[in-house]
Design a protein around this ligand. Structure first.
Ligand code: PLP
Length: 471
């Protein structure tokens, strides 16, 4: 492709994306593709001769779009949002266009230094203490692909620190709550602890990790000669958005010399609005703090921000320098080489999209986005409270509300399936623990980039209609 052809086709594709953004809400939210259908629509072998762009674009419309679940539809209320936005898409485009690989500072100084500065900005924007900023000399931020990778990196650094402090690798135990995301257990599996040495601590009636149970588990493990080395607190659990009491958990972790990791994958974005910063009381005791701008902060997947209080903890665990990666700046300790802060070697220029987002929306625009999501959560909550058929289960957390059909689990799930089948909106479900066992609920997760009150009302009306139709 010549630069001239790139210009022409690039403009067409930007138009195509803009059309998609405008019309994402017109399509059935959940893909109706049957298993194997997209695969079968593609030829068995790649083309021998170059294909015209018209053919490629036609397949985007005819094969790709029908095979998509439209995460950017304003009627998408499943899982958590995966916000895309114009500035972030353009940042991705520039990143691809520059084709930079930023594994070392010297392989593109701007790639590293814009990332470091952007994460300092982001730390300020969400109210993290100075110790997590690069300007503190000790801390700094780094972009990981996902919260799962961030948890793994944190756990590996914690393991290294514990072993350096004299602990035996076989004695290490980690703790998180029964409501924590499965990525914490997975980190334990990958880090060699095994799932069984990640303790799932019980929660209180609001589904928050219960510090007294954490203390009891730690005591029991100590008694058995084990070493508590890692505690993960969740701000905004996946199922219900519960916020663990960070302050008490941090004090316990500190008294044990254990690493405190904070997983705020979803709820972290809300911290751009000061009224939600009660969640991070006690964050000064954290060793690592993580959230995903790729969920609710208008930054296309993937972009997971991880801050570490002492960068040496990461580099001691993850740095290995074969001759071909040595540089004089690294040897002089004058620069950050982000390859030493992550699992892979190579890395894209992901900071560009985050930088574009923060500049194009401004703190004001980001706060407004989060507040709109919370208002939509409140609207869902109000509609559910006014409903004769559904009821709110537990409490709303920010933009997330869990509801259930009063008639029980089967009615809850069949109403949700009916809406999802209709394509009018998309919800996902979970099971929440109750006094007597557990209860199936529908999660209404607002926060999409282009959602309006009307979308929320229409989605809830679809749910009520589905409940009436399924009887
Ligand atoms: N932690 C929490 C609380 C989450 O809700 C999720 C995903 O929804 C994750 C971690 C995993 O996120 P990722 O896909 O970035 O690994």
């Amino acid at each position: 492709m010549t630069p001239g052809e790139f210009r022409e086709q690039g403009r067409r594709l930007v138009d195509w994306i803009a059309d998609y953004m405008e019309r994402a809400g017109d399509r059935p939210v959940r893909s109706r593709a049957r298993p194997g259908e997209v695969f079968a629509a593609l030829p068995e072998a790649p083309p021998e001769r170059p294909e015209p762009w018209d053919a490629i674009l036609r397949d985007l419309d005819e094969i790709v779009l029908p095979g998509l679940t439209h995460w950017q539809s304003p009627r998408f209320f499943g899982y958590f949002p995966a916000n895309a936005s114009g500035p972030a898409i353009l940042g991705e485009l520039v990143s691809a266009g520059l084709g930079v690989q930023g594994m070392l500072w010297s392989t593109s100084p701007a790639c590293t230094e814009i990332e470091t500065r952007t994460l300092d900005w982001l730390a300020r924007l969400i109210g993290l203490p100075e110790r997590f900023l690069s300007t503190s000399g000790r801390g700094a931020g780094v972009i990981q692909g996902t919260a799962s990778e961030a948890a793994l990196v944190a756990m590996v650094a914690a393991r290294e620190r514990a072993i350096r402090g004299g602990a035996r690798a076989e004695s290490l135990v980690a703790y998180t709550s029964t409501q924590a995301h499965s990525s914490i257990v997975k980190a334990g599996m990958v880090a060699g602890l095994g799932a069984e040495r990640v303790r799932l601590v019980g929660v209180d009636e609001r589904l928050r990790l219960d510090p007294s149970r954490l203390e009891a588990e730690i005591e029991r493990d100590r008694g058995a000669g084990l070493t508590p080395f890692f505690v993960a607190a969740t701000l905004g659990t996946t199922s219900s958005g519960a916020v663990d009491p960070l302050d008490s958990i941090g004090r316990l972790a500190e008294s044990e010399g254990a690493w405190l990791h904070v997983d705020a994958a979803w709820a972290g974005s809300a911290l751009v609005a000061p009224e939600h910063r009660w969640m991070i009381e006690g964050v000064e005791r954290a060793d690592t703090f993580n959230f995903n701008p790729h969920k609710w902060m208008l930054t296309n997947f993937d972009c997971s921000a991880l801050w570490v209080a002492d960068r040496r903890d990461l580099t001691r665990a993850l740095s290995i320098t074969p001759e071909y990666l040595r540089t004089k700046e690294s040897d002089a300790g004058a620069v950050i080489d982000y390859r030493d802060w992550q699992i892979p070697l190579g890395r894209r220029f992901r900071a560009l999209k985050l930088w574009f987002v923060m500049r194009a929306f401004g703190a004001e625009g980001l706060r407004e986005h989060v507040r709109r999501g919370v208002r939509h959560g409140e609207l869902f909550e109000r509609l559910a409270r006014e409903s004769d058929v559904f009821e709110v289960v537990g409490e709303r957390s920010l933009s997330l509300v869990c509801v259930a059909h009063r008639a029980g689990d089967a009615a809850t799930l069949s109403a949700m399936e009916r809406v999802n089948d209709s394509g009018e909106a998309l919800f996902t479900h979970t099971k929440l623990p109750t006094a007597g066992g557990e209860r199936a609920v529908i999660r209404l997760a607002a926060g999409g980039a282009r959602q309006t009150d009307e979308d929320v009302r229409a989605a809830f009306a679809a749910l009520e209609r589905a409940a009436a139709e399924t009887g």
